[in-house]
Structure formats: structure tokens, C-alpha cells
Design a protein around this ligand. Structure first.
Ligand SMILES: Nc1nc2c(ncn2[C@@H]2O[C@H](COP(=O)(O)OP(=O)(O)OP(=O)(O)O)[C@@H](O)[C@H]2O)c(=O)[nH]1
Ligand SMILES: [Mg+2]
Length: 520
């Protein structure tokens, strides 16, 4: 019984009720909104949506109904201007009474022909109807959120789904819309609420009830387990974010090695200018790609050289370095002929070179082309083993110009540490694409319902805030400090609530009272 009291106190954190109440108080002032919900442009069918208190009236007037028809059932009707009675179009009309609608409000849809003229006259006529206004961006979804139909992660998932360009982006967005992240964070929230309710019960009733003194210790054990789980989730190497935003892949190398040729081969069109003149590419060229279902932003860059006085080229090189240091993966392109030449002058006996020696020399070669420290990530370069160069994929281009014996040797010594291709003959391209897809797949999240990845920096910041509160909670040692300890748990709950939109009561009340005048 006592515990129940405490629990209901803690339940204040689950403030959907408050949000709803706040919303319904102001719902008298809520306007009825309309918008074209399908995209602009000539198409077979366009969907115009109306939502709000006047939706029923609008629906009856435009579709010629005296009484509302069966809910959620499509009917073919003449759609008329209620003022002039002129027929605007003929199409399917649907009535969605609240709360069983997307927004939770009374809503309706007009499925009209998708020509510019029909859409324009429909929107103009709706705009002239009393108490009706054009919706603001995202306003239907915002209303769905306020009505408790979607949490914030689902709202974000819906937006991502609309913007998804690749198969795995679609999967991740759909799972998020269906609640994969919400369920994870909600489960964590419930664990924290249980700990908090035990501690609150201890604070309130330990003197007159038989509530054990080990409450704090037990809660700490639970919080420690949760903290470790959350930490693992946060430190996922941005895999969910990458799948949402695209993997940045920069093509880097000295002038004339075939960087632009490689970009053109990968995207299968002449996106970048190719010429025998060293220094052809000056600015960054970004191409969006779908690589095996993963989104990639492939970036061609100016050839790296430090001996130029040409101001435009110097700026190009700076931009190349910046793109490379921001990149998730760097395709370092080398000219096989030049490399072979440089290589044979570096070692006496070419034929006895082993894989380790090759690694050492390749690293020296990379250092010699004067990449800056941010690009090199010096930790990777402290070892002579090129497999440590996590962000680099070494690509030997122009292998068509090598003698067969030279190619054989290059293949033997570089093995899986590099890819050998010719942009001219396309030899090795298939292998390169396979390798790139596998790199990109390991850099991105694998959409999963059981262990979803966070997808936005906003989630990460709230999770870090939550972790820091959990850390503070774990630092309390004395039972006498339970008041402060419970405050930390409240803070942690608040941070989790910010991700899903279940923000703290204080925050909601702040918002409500902000609009009150002083003294009232
Ligand atoms: N034989 C041969 N020539 C190639 C190959 N790839 C590129 N080339 C040629 O090499 C020259 C330079 O190619 P680009 O793709 O412009 O080189 P880049 O690295 O972008 O050069 P910059 O933009 O100046 O840094 C062009 O004449 C290409 O046709 C290849 O695999 N084999
Ligand atoms: Mg180029």
C-alpha cells in the first residue's frame, strides 16, 4: 500500500497525461488545418488532408454529405466548392473521426487527380473556407505527438522513412517508427522508476515500516548494470547515425593517380573531369551513392601536393585534407607504376621483399606524401602493420601499365592489404566494390528490433547526460544521502524522457506558467 503511494508519486514522471491535459486545455483554440500530403508535381493521385475541430464540417460541405458516412471507408464523390457549388474534381473521400486518426483529431482526406490545376484549385478553395488554414511543416505529426500517438523517436523515424534513399536506411527508419528505440528507452525508464520508487518508499516510510536499509545498495546494483548497457549503446561508433546520414568516403592521393577516374567508375557516370594534366580537380566533388543498400557520400578531392604556389590549388589541397580528416573511410589511390619505381629504389632486392617490409615501406610512402596529422591519425601510424590503418583502403590504380611480372610481385606482397585495379580496363573493379561494400557494412548499423542503434546526435547527448546522472548516483555511499541519490535518478529519468518526448513535469509546468503574467 505504502509502496503504491510512492509509485504513484514517481509516476508523475510519466507525463503523457499532463501533456495531453495541457493540450486539451488549449484545444479550444486549435485551428483546423489542411495541406497537400502527397508530393507536388504531376501524378496520378494527390492526397489532401484536413485535421481539426472543423474537419467534419469541411468533409460534409466539400463531399456533399448531409450525414457523415462510415468511418475510414473510401467513397467516390464529386468534390465541390461549397460557396459556388462548382465541381472541382471527382475522387475518393475518407472520413477519420478522432481519436482513431493519425492526428488523434477529427480528420478527412480527399484523393484527387494529381494535376497542378486540380491541386491548386482544391487548396485555394480550402483556404477560403472559414476557420481553415494551411498546415505548418510537420504540423499533422506534431498533433499526433501531442495526442500521444507517437513518441519523439517515432516522429524522427517517420521523417527518416520519408527521406530514406537506401534499403537499410528504410529498414532502420521503419523499425524506429515502429518503436524499436522507444521500447529500449522505455524499458530503461521502467528500471529507473522501480529503483526510484524503492528509494522514495525508503525515504518516506522507513521509520514506521519494515523497509530494509539495503535499498540503496540494491538500487546501485541495478543501476550499475543499466549504466553498462547504456554505455555500450552510446559507444557504438556512430553506426546508427552513419546509416542515417551516409558514410563519408574520401578519395585521396597525389595528382594524376586516377582519383577522378575512380569516382566516375564507382558512380558509373562522368561526374568529375579527367585529364592527363596534374592538378585537374580543384574543389571537392560529392556524389551520393547506394552501395549494397547502404548510403555513401563519395568525395573526389584535389591531388595532394605541397610544392604548388597556385592559390586555388593550395585551397583545393586544404579542402582535400579536411574532407579526409572528416571521412569515415579514405580510399588512398596510388599509381602502381610510380609506386613500383619508388619501391624498387627503396629496397635492394625486390624479389625477397616480404609482407612486413612492404607494410613498412607503404607507411613511409604515405608519410612522404605529406598528409596532415588529422588525416594520418598518428596512433595508426606508430605501427608498421598496415592492417592498423583502419580508415584507409589502399588502392593501386593503373595496373594495366605494369609488366605481368611486376603485377605478380605487387599482388604477392600487398595481398589483402590493398586492392589492385585499372580504371582504364576495369580489371579489379568488382573486387574493389565488394571490399567497399563490406567496409561500409561494418561501419553502419545493422537495423535490428532487439538491439537498435541510436540514430541522432540528440539521442547521444541525452544518453550521455543520463549516464552522468547515473554515475553521480553510483557515487553515493551513505544511506543518509538517499535524498540526493534519488535526485540523481530523477535527473537520469528526465534525460531519458527528453529522447522520447516524455519530459519532466517541471519542464512542462515551466512551459505552461511561462505565459502567465507576474502576480497572477
Ligand atoms: N593507363 C591508365 N590510365 C589511367 C588510369 N586511371 C586514370 N588514368 C589516366 O590518368 C590521368 C589522370 O586521371 P585523373 O582521374 O584525372 O587523375 P586524378 O588523380 O583525379 O588527378 P588530379 O585531379 O589532377 O589530382 C588521365 O589521363 C586518365 O585517363 C588507369 O587505370 N590506367
Ligand atoms: Mg581529379
Amino acid at each position: 500500500m505504502m509502496l503504491f503511494h510512492s509509485l504513484s508519486k514517481v509516476k508523475l514522471f510519466s507525463v503523457y497525461g499532463l501533456i495531453l491535459r495541457h493540450y486539451s486545455v488549449s484545444s479550444k483554440n486549435i485551428s483546423t488545418i489542411f495541406a497537400l500530403s502527397s508530393g507536388w508535381g504531376k501524378c496520378g493521385v494527390a492526397v489532401v488532408r484536413v485535421s481539426g475541430p472543423d474537419a467534419a464540417n469541411v468533409f460534409k460541405k466539400f463531399s456533399g454529405y448531409k450525414l457523415l458516412p462510415e468511418a475510414r471507408k473510401a467513397n467516390l464523390r464529386r468534390i465541390r466548392d461549397p460557396l459556388t457549388n462548382e465541381v472541382l474534381d471527382q475522387g475518393l473521400v475518407l472520413w477519420f473521426p478522432g481519436p482513431k486518426s493519425f492526428t488523434g483529431e477529427d480528420s478527412c482526406e480527399f484523393h484527387i487527380h494529381g494535376s497542378t490545376a486540380v491541386i491548386s484549385s482544391m487548396l485555394a478553395t480550402l483556404g477560403r473556407f472559414p476557420n481553415l488554414r494551411l498546415a505548418e511543416p510537420g504540423e499533422f505529426t506534431r498533433r499526433a505527438f501531442y495526442a500521444g500517438k507517437l513518441d519523439l523517436t517515432a516522429v524522427e523515424g517517420m521523417n527518416d522513412l520519408i527521406n530514406a534513399e537506401t534499403e537499410f536506411q528504410r529498414k532502420q527508419a521503419l523499425l524506429q517508427l515502429e518503436g524499436s528505440l522507444f521500447h529500449t528507452y522505455n524499458e530503461w525508464k521502467n528500471i529507473l522508476i522501480k529503483c526510484l520508487s524503492d528509494i522514495e518508499a525508503f525515504i518516506d516510510f522507513s521509520e514506521d515500516q519494515d523497509i530494509g536499509n539495503d535499498v540503496l545498495e540494491k538500487a546501485k546494483q541495478t543501476v550499475l548494470e543499466l549504466k553498462n548497457k547504456m554505455k555500450k549503446h552510446v559507444q557504438d561508433g556512430k553506426r546508427g547515425e552513419r546509416l542515417r546520414n551516409g558514410v563519408n568516403m574520401a578519395i585521396l592521393g597525389v595528382p594524376n593517380v586516377g582519383k577522378s577516374s575512380l569516382l566516375n567508375k564507382i558512380c558509373r557516370r562522368p561526374a568529375a573531369i579527367v585529364s592527363p594534366l596534374a592538378g585537374t580537380t580543384r574543389d571537392l566533388i560529392r556524389i551520393d551513392l547506394d552501395l549494397g543498400g547502404y548510403p555513401v557520400v563519395l568525395i573526389d578531392t584535389a591531388g595532394i601536393r605541397t610544392d604548388t604556389k597556385d592559390l586555388v590549388e593550395v585551397e583545393g589541397v586544404n579542402r582535400a585534407m579536411k574532407a579526409a580528416s572528416d571521412a569515415d573511410l579514405i580510399l588512398l589511390v596510388l599509381d602502381s607504376v610510380h609506386f613500383n619505381h619508388w619501391f624498387s629504389t627503396e629496397i635492394k632486392c625486390f624479389n625477397t621483399c616480404n609482407n612486413d617490409e612492404f607494410s613498412r615501406l607503404l607507411i613511409n610512402y604515405i608519410k612522404e606524401i605529406h598528409l596532415n596529422d588529422e588525416v594520418l591519425e598518428l596512433d595508426d601510424f606508430s605501427s608498421n602493420d598496415i592492417t592498423h590503418l583502419n580508415r584507409f583502403l589502399i588502392v593501386f590504380n593503373k595496373i594495366d601499365l605494369l609488366q605481368p611480372s611486376q603485377l605478380k610481385l605487387l599482388t604477392e606482397i600487398s595481398r589483402d592489404s590493398a586492392v589492385r585495379i585499372s580504371c582504364e580496363t576495369e580489371v579489379g573493379m568488382e573486387n574493389l566494390i565488394e571490399k567497399l561494400t563490406s567496409c561500409v557494412s561494418s561501419l553502419c548499423a545493422q537495423p535490428s528490433i532487439d538491439s537498435p542503434c541510436y540514430t541522432q546526435i540528440r539521442h547521444k547527448l541525452c544518453l550521455l547526460e543520463c549516464l552522468s546522472s547515473l554515475e553521480s548516483f553510483l557515487n553515493f555511499k551513505e544511506e543518509s544521502e538517499v535524498d540526493l541519490a534519488s535526485h540523481c535518478l530523477r535527473m537520469a529519468l528526465n534525460s531519458l524522457g527528453k529522447i522520447t518526448g516524455h519530459v519532466s513535469t517541471e519542464q512542462i509546468l515551466d512551459e505552461i506558467f511561462e505565459s502567465f503574467c507576474i502576480g497572477k
